[in-house]
Design a protein around this ligand. Sequence first.
Ligand SMILES: Cc1ncc(COP(=O)(O)O)c(C=O)c1O
Length: 477
Amino acid sequence: MVARARTSSRDLLGAPSGDGTTRELDARFVWHPLAEPGSADAGSLRVAVRARGHFVEDDRGRLYLDAMAGLWCVNVGYGRREIADAVLRQMTELPYFPHTWANRPAARLAARLAGLLDASRATPGGWRVFFVQSGSEANEAAIKVARAYHRARRGGGARAKVIGRHLAYHGFTLATLAAGGMPERSLGFEPLPAGFVRVPPPYCYRCPFGLTYPRCGVACARAVAAAIEGEGPESVAAVLVEPIQSGAGVFDPPDEYLPMVAEACRRHGVLLMVDEVITGFGRTGRMFGHEWWGVEPDVVTMAKGLASGYAPIGAMAATREVWGAFTVEGAMGATSGLAQVSTFGGHAASAAAALANIDIIEREGLAENARRVGERLKEGLRTLFRHAVVGDVRGRGLLLALELVADRASRAPLAERLAAEVVERCLEAGVIVGRTAHVAPGRGQVLTFAPPLTWSEDEARELVLALDFALSRLGGE
Ligand SMILES: Cc1ncc(COP(=O)(O)O)c(C=O)c1O
């Protein structure tokens, strides 16, 4: 029988505020993501109270160096007054108004994003930007647009399928879960919507084809073309990929990969939709991850680093070719407009946060800094090969991963329990690192690093020292 909590919320609201109260309220009432409800008691909960620069402080006064920038998103670091000031100014002027009207910051932000997206293209995209609150919604909107685009277009037919990749993550809504491929995040919610096809990812360390680069001929990229052809190109609306598939352990693909995928899309009239939710806004050492490979996507989705977590905001940008189909002219009068609306889309204060955030990224050259410090950090991580459990170090910019193995020769994954122990030991050493939890059975052995892009070599060294400490004590070593 389930014990009934005797204390009502009214009793608790009357209690004096303070850290003890936060713990008690949280332990009783909050349903945290990726955890059993009530799995942490009030004593073992971690409570974040403030953050400055690269550090987060808990309610016991302990400081942690945050090597994950929250959830891969606080690109400019914590405590940026100028973002807070911009939000305050906008909040007092006009916090919000439905985006069926225009507002100043959202219009400026759309223009700014269009400029950033064009910076690396040979042909300007003629972008239009649809605003939402999160990465999930940006991808959900992109999937809907891809389907509607083909229907609206003259001769577009019934192309509806979206091709994604195993182990990918594109969000927590049903369609984005279907476009991704993390069984542990979708099993409980099946059936997922129909019309999604998955291909193996470019995971070279554990090649799904059992091949080795470059002799593989980039079989994973050819698999995308094969899937389009196998499904019948006239049934496929889009391919949705991250430039570097991050959530399951940062799969930095071979250089040929993205261009080959883009070419297959072009050849078959399929939209290339690039999910820049993690890889955008300087994270990989370029403003957008896809710039590394010179591809020209039709749709780009963004969130996380767009406002560095200072405000919830996401965006879906589409080229003229795509949005043009939704005009009366483009649709030959058949359909026009885009019948989707989000109450908070184009939120003025969130857009103001994003503009101030992008100012910082550009003014401080944070993409370039991510590239430089990322190289140093990667070198530092490679020194950890002296620990037998380190199997692979990969990634670029400040988007890196270290894969743990039980045996380097066979690449047998390290037991999840031991990988979790490394994360705990890093916390003991005062450093927050990520791990690929809740992905798929037997996939919890990859440590991930996505710190603020403001890191210097000092912070990179501190992370490597913490990992060294954690790995040397692994399993009571
Ligand atoms: C690549 C990618 N796309 C989309 C999302 C979903 O973003 P959100 O959590 O803001 O909905 C995530 C979240 O981690 C992500 O990593």
